[in-house]
Design a protein around this ligand. Sequence first.
Ligand code: GLN
Ligand code: ZN
Length: 760
Amino acid sequence: MVQAHSLGFPRIGVHREMKKAVEAYWSGESSREGLEDAGRELRARHWRQQAEAGLDYVPVGDFSWYDHVLDTSVLLGAVPERFSKSARNVDLDTYFRMARGKSSDGAEATPCEMTKWFDTNYHYLVPELHAGMIFEQGSSKLFDETRDAIEQGYHPKPVLVGPLTWLWLGKAKGEDFDKLELLDRLIPAYVRILGRLSEMGAEWVQLDEPILALDLPEEWREGFTRAYNLLVNRGPKVMVAAYYGSLGDNRDLACSVPVDGLHVDGVRGASELEGVAEALPPGTLLSAGVIDGRNVWRADLEQLLARLRDLERVLGSERLWVAPSCSLLHVPVDLAEEHGLDEQLRGWLAFAVQKLDEVALLKRALNEGREPVAKELTVSAAAAGSRRESDRVRRDGVRERLAGLTPAMARRDHPYAERRRHQRTNLRLPELPTTSIGSFPQTAEIRRARREYKAGRLSEADYDAAMKATIAEDVRLQEEIGLDMLVHGEPERPDMVEYFGQQLDGFAFTTNGWVQSYGSRCVRPPVIYGDVNRPEPMTVDWSLYAQSLTDKPMKGMLTGPVTILQWSFVRDDQPRADTARQIALAMRDEVSDLESAGLRAIQVDEPALREGLPLRRADRQDYLDWAVEAFRIATSGVSDATQIHTHMCYAEFNDIIETIAALDADVISVEASRSEMELLEVFRDYEYPNEIGPGVYDIHSPRVPSVEEMVALLEKAEQVIPRDRLWVNPDCGLKTRGWEQVRPALGHMVAAARKMRERQ
Ligand code: GLN
Ligand code: ZN
């Protein structure tokens, strides 16, 4: 019989119970028992949902109080000394200290570094590795939860990050060494864990190895073979799970180790499923991840069923499992909790709970034939058809514009050197001009006004008036502080993507579609379901009003097409590049309207450009090409005299400097203060020709840096980039800070710029 499973279920709970429980615990409002009860209840609920849907195993270990990579680190006893003297029996407070730098018992320590998990918007805590480190069991969480699952009558399938992926994601600390050296110490620790799980009665264990979707150095590939040859036949059956991409050149490697099961991403690696089925050794079964675990679309089950039948012919029914492509961590929990979406759109979507049903349905159809599930298959086909043919999805006007795109539309009229002359006369800025990145503190009054407006207790006119009052105050403060190029402060934007999505056709918003970003932080990405169109200007009134209050140049402020795409659930019925171009055309109109309204500088933020980079090197250029094109379509419709700014909040440009230059923005502002301006060296080495605003102070911390500190950074910057191409600004937007920090910090920044100007 074909079996069904999931690689993991969202841990946050349909009503974000996990978030509420941990935050209550952190603030001291609830006890440790309260927290643990909440966790038990969530796990029990999620197992029940999966078993009731018809899955044969339930994942254990996918639940986490913060991050599953951190859970694996703690399980392995990889606990840096600054958190605890002993790596055994790591308690919850130590765990939270590793994650957040503090715990409810008041103790503090520098937390583990956090970074993005593959190409997703989830963030994990980076394991810290030391030469010669010892691995010993640091936590019983996985075993306790496995026992709970067994006691509740389920077939548990414990899940943990596999040894190669765990090491790959770790960072070598202290003396320089090759972290792969630790593999031979790590394997016995995994062997012990597998043995214990088997004794407890776990038939299967899933070891996640998403690095199989990456370009791997040969030593790592050898390490993979060595490790898994030692991890099989240790008690439980071992399922290696690869996901987030096709196996590509790792296919033979993955198929060569004698594990009991191999999970393959059957969405991104759809074309290789059959090849894998043929290449697998006879003792290995294939878990075909055909339901998209990364996106919210309902599957076309008929089509998938046909493909699964082909696989079944090759493998036999005993060697085929059906699954989502990856853990369901990346999709919202339950569509049944969405009350605001219209019926048609709902019919096109599937969240985690619905995806379980899809997996189970495919299994039943394979095992029992079409008959018992004929009705569900018809409904699924009808939904796919309705989406394909809907006139909400296709807009002729948008399609025609896209077809009419010319290379000239992605090119400014003249090169930067020439534009610069016009911009100088147009803007009349001093040397080392000062500006900010866009947002100012989202004060309690702003949030209150928004809440009241949403609740219908504040009229639209009163809400607008409140926002305008804030803008006026922000402009006044900036003039008082003495900034050279002003911003309106973005009080009307709770979120830089949602704000635009809500005004564009082709976007839908959920009320409960939360997805974990990191720890207790959840986001609600918009859903791009159809052709994108801008019915009317989105930001012009606000920017125009702000400009009317000052003689200094006001910067229009927009979110770029790639970032809007990157932070949304994107339609899967056309290439991402086409959706990016559609958004770009909408933003291009906005840029032109801002220019016509008299704005002389317009910033188009692309903080997510880098995170869209595909996992495989071979796919990167294509992505970068269309990402650059999208940005340029959005920004090239203006005259030479209009200054285009962009902003990116990261400090790593080494591998994308060419792309950054290709954007051809007149000014780019970047995060630089924490790297002590080191990142500017890439710009110098590349001979980056346009203007740069390296951040001179870190906005992530409430600390107000002194004038001298900023002068020191500017001196460093000036040694790398000529003064006449340097701007002075903070690292990023200031919306999470308070005015009591922002005012003095910007004041010091302006003073630092003036000091520099005095020294010729
Ligand atoms: N303009 C945005 C702001 O200042 C940019 C935010 C970002 O870079 N993430 O808030
Ligand atoms: Zn930023």
